[in-house]
Ligand binder design. Structure first.
Ligand SMILES: Nc1ncnc2c1ncn2[C@@H]1O[C@H](COP(=O)(O)OP(=O)(O)O)[C@@H](O)[C@H]1O
Ligand SMILES: [Mg+2]
Length: 255
């Protein structure tokens, strides 16, 4: 579904991603793990088209989209759940869903895989909170809303950037279940960025370790569960578990 070859990308200030190769087969879940500043968000934005590629290729379902702008890629089936969730504080849940679903003909509404109604069935908390504004939602509810909003764009490839950042353990498990089971069962291919190898081993089929914009290692989730130290070694610290997550830094991506 997604294929990156020799992908190099960055900002005016310099190159962040250095020649990445990555294959994400249809229906699979792929996690990109790395410390703060490793380039996870840059990679996700390069796939969604928000950051442009300086060399190499981005292919979606066999089509070269390297030069396609973000809105075209969204139409081709790339959905983004951004880091920090980006919920509008003054809009209600229902208004977010209506906005994300957009103006569609009756026929489009009838054939859409995802509608405001069925995302609320998938994420019942959103149905309960339909009249609440973004600022009144908990972090977990905001994350569910950010996922619902991306689904309403009818994606084939869903990009999730640190979807459990700052959330309570129970909600983290709900989100893990969505990523590893519920969404793939509905035909989605998933690329998820996460700081912790343990979360990646739980949700993903394959895991790439990103260090300073380069692939330090790549393995199956099973290999990672059997040898948790391998991720820690690749990431350059002693213990896979127990190390505190890096403090979340203010978003530096200005788009
Ligand atoms: N909008 C931007 N302009 C310039 N540099 C940026 C921008 N966003 C991120 N960077 C830099 O790119 C590198 C990787 O950042 P990022 O992709 O956000 O990493 P991660 O998501 O893994 O924390 C960092 O050195 C960061 O400072
Ligand atoms: Mg990031």
């Amino acid at each position: 579904m997604l294929s990156l070859s020799s992908l190099t990308a960055g900002y005016d200030g310099g190159t962040v991603l250095h020649g990445l190769d990555l294959e994400v087969p249809e229906g699979s879940v792929h996690a990109v793990v790395g410390h703060n500043g490793a380039g996870k968000t840059t990679l996700i934005h390069t796939v969604s088209g928000l950051v442009s590629t300086s060399s190499g290729r981005v292919e979606l379902a066999g089509a070269d989209v390297t030069r396609q702008p973000a809105h075209r890629r969204a139409c081709s089936g790339v959905g983004l759940v951004p880091q920090g969730r980006r919920v509008f504080p003054g809009l209600t849940v229902q208004e977010h869903l209506a906005l994300a679903f957009g103006r569609r003909s009756r026929r489009e509404r009838a054939t859409a895989q995802w509608t405001p109604e069925n995302v609320k069935e998938l994420l019942p908390r959103l149905a309960e909170r339909a009249g609440h504004r973004g600022r009144q939602l908990s972090g977990g509810e905001q994350q569910m809303l950010a996922i619902a909003r991306a689904l309403l764009g009818q994606p084939r490839l869903l990009l999730l950037d640190e979807p459990t950042e700052g959330l309570a353990p129970l909600i983290v498990q709900d989100i893990a279940d969505l990523i590893k089971k519920t969404l793939p069962d509905r035909g989605l291919t998933i690329l998820v960025a996460a700081p912790r190898p343990a979360f990646a081993a739980d949700v993903a089929d394959r895991v790439t370790i990103l260090v300073a914009g380069r692939i330090a290692d790549e393995f199956s989730a099973k290999e990672l569960r059997d040898e948790p130290d391998r991720a820690a070694e690749a990431m350059g610290h002693a213990a896979a578990e127990g190390a505190p997550a890096s403090p979340s830094r203010a978003e530096t991506v200005s788009l």
